[in-house]
Design a protein around this ligand. Sequence first.
Ligand code: SAH
Length: 499
Amino acid sequence: MRRAHNRDAGGRSSVLTDTLGVCDAEPGSGFGEQNTMLKKNDEIILKIEDMGADGEGIGKYQGMTFFVKDALMGDVVRAGVTKLKKTYGYARVLEILEASPYRVEPVCAFHRQCGGCQIQALSYEKQLDFKQKKVENNLRRIGGFPEELLQQVMEPIAGMENPFHYRNKAQFPVGTDKDGHVITGFYAGRTHQIIPNRDCALGVPVNREILDRVIGFMEKYHISAYDEKTGKGLVRHILTRYGFATGEIMVCLILNGDSLPHQEELTEALGQLDGMTSISINCNRERSNVILGKQTKTIWGQPCITDYIGNVKYQISPVSFYQVNPAQTEVMYGLALEYANLHGTETVWDLYCGIGTISLFLAQQAKQVYGVEIIPQAIEDARRNARLNQIGNAEFFVGKAEEVLPEFYEKEKAQGRKPRADVIVVDPPRKGCDAKLLDTILKMAPPKVVYVSCDSATLARDLKILCAGGYRLERVRAVDNFCQTVHTECVVGLSRAET
Ligand code: SAH
């Protein structure tokens, strides 16, 4: 193995750029000349100048750009080349020669192996800076919005005071180590090898106690763990949910079978925990990566736990979709409400509504809300939650947003009516909105559109279409729902530009 030295690194290593940028460069965009001398496994020393959208460090070695996993902006690292392309390459950190001033001691010793918290080693302040710039860059590069406009409309990202232990849901795989002990923890990044760890820094602290009691029970009564390779063994996953507003706890054991031997002993042990509300077993005999099976049976307490976002109450079962960071979700929905600027007379559409969380939040200040969601079970939850909160002005439809809204539009028009929408809210999955939906929104031309997004690249693509069709970007605010990871949510307010 050869060690090559980057001339750039040494001399400038203490000169750091002030802000953390997100590199504009994309693999294949043709920067730099290929360094034909380099080979896979070569060691290089380079200074990390920037960070990419997935949190990887970006630095140059003799004019060639390298994407370096686990390196942070400001680090000088010795890295091993893992892959070479014509004009760029990939490398992994072997040693940090000079630590970035933005580097902090990670809270979790396993963060590199796990891969769930891609940027835990970056100070929280810089994480927020990274996300703000990521959104801004996408809006500029993909959306084509000028920098001056973005400076006017972008508000500072909303971060958390305590960016750990915010997740209300966790799913821990269960397995057996080479000595035959039952273990639980997380899958090592992109594999199905379980690394034992009962103290995930994103989950609620009570998870530790729950896992100790379940594993203790399994050991005592010789209950086997599932083995993915053979398809044998009983316990596959332990799912926990926690209601931050109520303190209610749910535990669900996912089994390769439909019953749990000695279940009373387990419910006795878990039932002693303060706040324990629901214990269930879920049967999943499929040999696939899907965690939950179709049948769930409550074996102790209630089938659901209750939680609140703002003053709206939700009942959550083991299979319900529910936002994982309720504190930041409230911030996000608060912004959606603010941008919608409702006075009680409006008709609002909430597309991609999930269990109706945004719909019910907005219904309190609108005349009528229509929610559309593709998963029937989620719509059942939405209707139940509307009843639970005695909200009578929210109606829900099962279907694709890009089919339900255009059909409504065509039907109204055919009957000689103007299809009514004062505000349209969209909250699509990462792939963004379907073109047909955007087209219908432009035809319906509501005075306001609120776009809630978990992927700022597709957000930027869609905003470009909406703005070309007559909307004006009014407000943009990122909300950090996924602290320690590279992901962020974003809420955007648009109004119809005056014609
Ligand atoms: N607004 C909800 C859920 C957002 S997640 C909340 O804040 O909790 C996005 C939702 O879009 C998911 O529930 C997913 O099932 C749904 N979805 C995905 N594709 C869809 C489509 N084409 N039409 C309608 N809903 C869709």
